[in-house]
Design a protein around this ligand. Sequence first.
Ligand code: SAM
Ligand code: SF4
Length: 329
Amino acid sequence: MNTIDYLRISLIDRCNFRCNYCMPEGTELDYILHQDLLTFEELMILLKQVLIPVGFTRFRLTGGEPLLRPGIVDLVRGITALPETQDLALTTNAFLLANLAEDLYAAGLRRINISLDSLHPGTFNQIIGNRGRDRWQQVWGGIQVAHAVGFDPLKLNVVVIPGVNDHEILDLAALTLERCWHIRFIEFMPIGNGELFDHQGWIPSEELREKIRARWGLIEANVKGNGPADVFQIPGAQGTLGFISQMSECFCDRCNRMRLSADGWLRPCLLNEEGQINLKMALRQGVPTEMLRHWVQDLINLKPEINFKQRESGTLTGKYGRTMSQIGG
Ligand code: SAM
Ligand code: SF4
């Protein structure tokens, strides 16, 4: 059985973007009310008294857009100060990063993943649903500041959508030639915007690798991360290329993670709600943390049986009702 030691912590389900594959404009979402958010005090209690004692040592802050949550710098300081924390990372759209990067670094954060689906401001604005307001420049500025501040590794996430940004694969891959960045291509999943998925479909990672191989050659990189990416490198390049292939390849058997939603649900699988428990409610009802440890340990033991339900004959099919921003991507 895999060691389950990696927890993705969603700080908020709201976002300042409306990516068309995640939470497209016009979608009605039931946002978590302020009083229902897990407070940072509650989160620290859960980490210290429940989650770390059962084995979680590596954490990622995500959302929604985690930089929208006030107090995130103090939270980062709190988590990195815990002696058991082996790794803390952040996933962000970088729109607010330029002003926060230095403080986050000073608070102990070293690893950031930034979503950047296009190098063209027009396409980018179309994807993030802010037509008329050019946000690409501000995101690119945030990436530059993060790089200058010293975040390493700096990873850029690209969700590849046929007919939208797939023509940019080589340009995005070329960013790694001179920069020690990690570009990660993510297969589009039928979660969030089922209509776009039905209309555009998705591209298997191997197809992208073939394109890149034909242009420069491609070798396997000797890198082991926390996650499910298969990592490659263009020969002689400074950075690497990761491929996250949850559609074309089932990696449930090497999954090492659980997710904590912004309202306190601990769930063992991205696309399966079986077994999930609400740690915030239990804490507020006065359930002793010793009891919570047992519950979480039981869930960890059950995890190998809780997989992608929608997976049929090796591929993920069927749409999933909740968005990544609601679950905590
Ligand atoms: N707002 C932050 C961001 O965009 O980086 C963090 C949260 S976002 C939900 C986390 C990741 O989920 C992003 O890299 C995003 O591209 C990815 N994502 C969202 N919807 C997806 C989908 N339908 N298929 C594949 N990846 C998706
Ligand atoms: Fe927001 Fe991230 Fe979803 Fe885009 S992918 S809408 S930035 S939560």
